[in-house]
Design a protein around this ligand. Structure first.
Ligand code: NAP
Length: 241
């Protein structure tokens, strides 16, 4: 892929969902630095995090901000209409939550289960499905999954609700990749970002946001044109489902 903006201004266009902080914010910063035209979603554009305002000042028209609460099921259709057909090379869905502190199936209320599974599994699928027509041929859809979503790599069983929600995302995205994205010429990545120093990962995490997103952007860029699905970490290592 060329990054020569004078020859092909902004042909490489990305949408990053959940960009207010953490890995999503880091991805926006990392992609802008590599010459991508980025649309970033936040839940409230009237209270933009300082870091995004600073990026807007620095990058001007290369960064566009739109409002999206991923939990609102009506929005994917509107977004798809706004992007039209074949305009996006990358869609990365980073927004996600850990779920209730107890993380126990027998303690979970239907509301807690609903919120966790809807946001971590159903909503990313709804959005990806709605935006598939907006993807350019040989583009890539990246879902922020987690190694904790792997059934075969689960050796501790901790955080069972969060694990199950990411396993559900992996399962749903597998069907989407096989039946819809790959036949449409679009690749799918289920991404493990590492254990990262964010609000979710906490300060004991060994990987910085910058290390994680540098790796993730490498992996995403390398996947352009590869019309397949992979479950892969930020260093490019394939993970078992
Ligand atoms: N950090 C890790 O170690 C780690 C490891 C494996 C996987 N992951 C996954 O990587 C992704 C990003 O994690 P992170 O560490 O960056 O998390 P984070 O620091 O907690 O940030 C979560 C992001 O999701 C957004 N979000 C939450 N609910 C939303 C909703 N209803 N609609 C739209 N956006 C919403 C938040 O927006 P607001 O600011 O508006 O709340 C925020 O931008 C998640 O899917 C997570 O499961 C993280």
């Amino acid at each position: 892929m060329s990054h020569n903006a004078t020859v092909e201004p902004f042909w490489h266009r990305a949408l990053v969902v959940g960009a207010s902080r953490g890995i999503g914010l880091g991805l926006v910063r990392g992609m802008l630095a590599r010459g991508w035209q980025v649309t970033a979603t936040v839940r409230n554009t009237t209270r933009l995090p300082q870091a995004l305002s600073a990026l807007q000042k620095q990058y001007g028209a290369a960064l566009e901000m739109i409002e999206l609460d991923l939990a609102q099921s009506s929005r994917p259709g509107e977004l798809a209409a706004a992007f039209g057909t074949g305009t996006l090379n990358l869609l990365v869905i980073s927004a996600g939550i850990m779920g209730p502190d107890h993380q126990r199936a027998e303690q979970a209320s239907p509301e807690e289960v609903g919120e966790l599974f809807d946001l971590n599994a159903m909503a990313p699928l709804r959005l990806a499905r709605a935006l598939l027509p907006a993807m350019a041929p040989e583009g890539v859809i990246g879902f922020l999954s987690s190694r904790m979503g792997s059934v075969s790599l689960n050796e501790s069983g901790d955080r069972e609700l969060y694990r199950a929600s990411k396993a559900a995302l992996n399962s749903l995205s597998r069907g989407f990749a096989i039946n819809e994205a790959i036949p449409a010429g679009v690749g799918v990545l289920n991404l493990h970002p590492g254990w990262v120093q964010t609000d979710m990962g906490g300060e004991d995490a060994p990987v910085t946001v910058e290390q994680s997103v540098t790796g993730l952007v490498n992996v995403l860029e390398a996947a352009l044109g590869q019309v397949e699905q992979r479950f892969v970490d930020f260093e490019g290592q394939t993970l078992a489902w």
